[in-house]
Design a protein around this ligand. Structure first.
Ligand code: MN
Length: 403
């Protein structure tokens, strides 16, 4: 918790929509789509855009090069394995910008050391130091990622992170690669590592990169922030490997809405969250589910009568955020079978019909039957019902009193 007089700590937002997100099945984007998305992320105000993995394919390298040439502002980053040729490819792709970062990944957990790397602890540590030193000859800004950190022995993880900090890494990514952690556990891990690293390397930033296999990616990311993480990694709409990454729009709005709990800020212009989410959805031809937090079509929609009554009196009765703050035009009061008479007459008035109680009662009865048939009763349907009851044609329907 921040002290009473301390300014809020600024947490950096590292977006990996175009790397971890894009590498998931169904979310592939070509260089043109990636460039469009990168511009939207710049406008959104993220601090770092991980725009690809240069060594993965010529297309990825080309996309990184184009983004580096056309997108100013955020730091642009390429993923890299702990091999020299990957570092060289990342540099080739990003050399046109001074605001470049390399994100080097090397596994540290016992299962990855044995099954993937066939390396001992000592070999992993030596490789990590050597590759960070090599990368520093091409990049001032090096992020080191201890892949599968959460399942790594904490003493060994601490040793590796200290050693790469000494070798010149500026950011230490401590990912929950497999989405296995819990808020309590990851909080303890960040607290421990922050206490170990910060005194010796006060400028080194700890980063959280959480996956959503158990549906806890956002919660785990927030727990990391509460325990010393200075950077959060995630993707728009939560896309990414398997069940995806921390959904950036959710983490950012949680930090903002519950600033009383976290005491931090970000550089994100939250009013652009919806447009960014919709652009990604269009570019990947992948719709966002209606009930998705923050950016789903229902995120600020109310149908139930009791809720609508409250909302019409004071939006704070059922809304913890203002729809405008994430880019919606406003609250959507949906007229359906759960809606009440109050919301119906309010909507009729907004459409220009000032109806008597008697007429409202008749329209309401018909409205309920219609809602049972079709679900949501939109404005056109409602006008048709009103005109059926009042038996008049109301041209334009503006401010007509019907008795
Ligand atoms: Mn990942």
């Amino acid at each position: 918790m921040p002290g009473v007089n301390s300014a809020p700590r600024r947490v950096l937002v590292f977006d990996t929509t175009l790397r971890d997100g894009e590498q998931a099945p169904g979310f592939s984007m070509d260089a043109h789509a990636k460039l469009k998305m990168a511009k939207a992320l710049r406008d959104l105000g993220v601090d770092v855009i991980e725009a690809g993995f240069a060594a993965a394919s010529p297309g990825d390298e080309e996309a990184l090069r184009r983004i580096a040439g056309e997108v100013d502002g955020p730091i642009l980053c390429s993923l890299s394995r702990a091999v020299e040729s990957d570092v060289v490819a990342a540099h080739r792709a990003l050399k046109s910008t001074t605001r470049r970062r390399i994100h080097i990944v090397l596994s540290t957990s016992p299962i990855h050391r044995a099954a993937k790397l066939n390396m001992s602890r000592a070999e992993v540590l030596a490789t990590a130091v050597r590759i960070v030193q090599f990368a520093r000859t091409y990049f001032d800004d090096v992020e080191f990622c201890a892949e599968d950190a959460i399942r790594t022995e904490i003493d060994f993880l601490g040793d590796v992170l200290e050693a790469v900090s000494q070798a010149g890494a500026r950011t230490l990514n401590i990912p929950d690669t497999v989405g296995y952690s819990t808020p309590f556990e990851i909080g303890q891990i960040f607290k421990h590592l922050h206490a170990q690293i910060a005194p010796r390397f006060p400028d080194v930033v700890l980063s959280a990169h959480c996956h959503n296999d158990l549906g806890m990616a956002v919660a785990n990311t927030l727990a990391a922030v509460a325990n010393g993480a200075g950077q959060i990694e995630g993707a728009i709409n939560g896309i990414g490997e398997r069940a995806g990454n921390c959904a950036l729009e959710e983490a950012v709005m949680a930090l903002r809405t519950r600033a009383d709990q976290f005491g931090v800020t970000t550089g994100v212009d939250t009013r652009k969250l919806l447009a960014t989410s919709q652009l990604l959805s269009e570019l990947t031809d992948c719709p966002v589910v209606r009930n998705k937090a923050i950016v789903g079509a229902n995120a600020f929609a109310h149908e139930a009568g009791m809720h609508q009554h409250g909302m019409l009196a004071d939006a704070r009765t059922y809304e913890i955020m203002r729809p405008e703050d994430v880019g919606f035009d406003g609250t959507r009061l949906v007229l359906g079978k759960h809606s009440g008479r109050h919301a119906l007459s309010q909507r009729a008035r907004a459409l220009g019909y000032d109806l008597t109680d008697n007429v409202i009662a008749q329209v309401f009865a018909m409205f309920k039957r219609r809602a049972d048939q079709i679900g949501e009763v939109d404005d056109t349907e409602l006008i048709a019902l009103i005109e059926q009851v009042t038996d008049i044609r109301v041209g334009g329907g503006k401010n007509v009193v019907v008795n």
